[in-house]
Design a protein around this ligand. Structure first.
Ligand code: COA
Length: 170
């Protein structure tokens, strides 16, 4: 496994490797995980998943950030968390997904907090956005707990989403 780029109390953030595709697929083939993620998207079939996974590999190679593979300190796969480019507004976007059995343990909050601390050291960007389907209370709570501020509700692919922003600390 690639060494972690970032380590927090319980989590390690690794660049993906090609052989990780089955882990990525296992996460995103759970209908509960997909419930809010897939709204407004075409079905996340194998072709869609392969393209998304390829983007994650390419983002890390090109930029040094991606939606990293997240493991525990023993190397067990937990989910994914990190950054992607939101082309509609040309902004860096924080995102995360964890395996269903692991929800409610504070992993997404820990990930968001660690990633926001890391990105401003790693890259000369001045802010990060995050968004979630407006009715996705758990994800909105994570963005808020990580210190992000609500900037408005806007449609993404016809679905109302709550947008948040986090500015580089001064
Ligand atoms: C959203 C997600 C990442 C949250 O991960 P998590 O590790 O369970 O999150 P945390 O434990 O750090 O925090 C969740 C917070 O939401 C709260 N919450 C959970 N379900 C909730 C609900 N239905 N209504 C209101 N609050 C809720 C929790 O109580 C917790 O807040 P608290 O610490 O103040 O009690 C996880 O549910 C997930 O992977 N979902 C599927 C993929 C997804 O939707 N990703 C986000 C796309 S925007």
């Amino acid at each position: 496994m690639n060494p972690p780029v970032l380590v927090s109390d319980r989590l390690c953030f690794h660049p993906w490797e090609a052989e990780d595709f089955p882990l990525f697929t296992s996460l995103h083939s759970d209908p509960e995980v997909q419930h809010f993620l897939q709204m407004g998207d075409p079905p996340w079939d194998e072709a869609y998943l392969r393209a998304k996974f390829a983007d994650f590999l390419a983002d890390y190679t090109a930029h040094g950030w991606t939606k990293f593979k997240v493991t525990d300190r023993q190397g067990t796969f937990l989910g994914r968390a990190g950054f992607g480019w939101f082309p509609e507004t040309d902004e860096l976007e924080l995102g995360y997904s964890f395996k269903r059995a692991l929800w409610g343990r504070g992993y997404a909050t820990e990930a968001a907090y660690a990633l926001l601390g890391w990105i401003y050291k790693a890259k000369p960007i001045d802010h990060v956005i995050g968004f979630a389907v407006a009715e996705h209370a758990a994800s909105r709570r994570v963005l808020e707990k990580a210190g992000m501020s609500l900037t408005g509700i806007r449609d993404v692919d016809g679905i109302p989403n709550a947008f948040y922003r986090h500015d580089r600390p001064v």
